[in-house]
Write a protein that binds this ligand. Structure first.
Ligand code: ZN
Length: 150
């Protein structure tokens, strides 16, 4: 069943946005849910490779980031990588499109239950992480840490 995973993904996205904003970056929404008929159009136009996009499962969201004081969205991999490292630290199943092998999808943030990201090893207890995410324990710790740094 996808719904419990989608719920965790939403909690993670909410936490991620708050952390990014606490670093004085601005965030705007890109594409989130993508219906199958839209995915078919993307595939026909060469914009998507197959029908396996996590956008179709409601487990991916594109986000536009603006550096502090900037009015232009930033898609530079080196700069977004800093934010992506935060995303990956929130949950072992958090995946960033900037790490994809065949495309550079820096605005793409995904929750993939079949992947353990590079910040974690395979011995991690996912169910324990899911409880922490839904209890919002990490966000308070991370935001408090950010406040101390400022
Ligand atoms: Zn995407």
């Amino acid at each position: 069943m996808l719904q419990p995973k989608q719920n965790i993904f939403m909690a993670l996205i909410a936490q991620f946005i708050l952390i990014v904003q606490s670093k004085k970056w601005t965030v705007t929404a890109g594409e989130a849910y993508r219906p199958t008929f839209v995915e078919k159009i993307y595939v026909n136009r060469g914009l998507s490779k197959g029908m396996n996009s996590f956008h179709c499962k409601r487990l991916a969201m594109d986000l536009n980031f603006f550096e502090p004081e900037s009015e232009k969205p930033c898609y530079e991999k080196d700069k977004i990588k800093e934010l992506a490292e935060i995303w990956k630290s929130l949950h072992p199943n958090c995946v960033w499109g900037g790490d994809f092998k065949n495309i550079n999808d820096t605005d793409h943030f995904e929750f993939n239950p079949d992947v353990i990201n590079s910040k974690f090893d395979n011995s991690i207890d996912i169910s324990d992480w899911n409880k922490k995410v839904l209890a919002n324990e990490n966000i308070t710790k991370l935001i408090d840490a950010e406040k101390k740094e400022v």
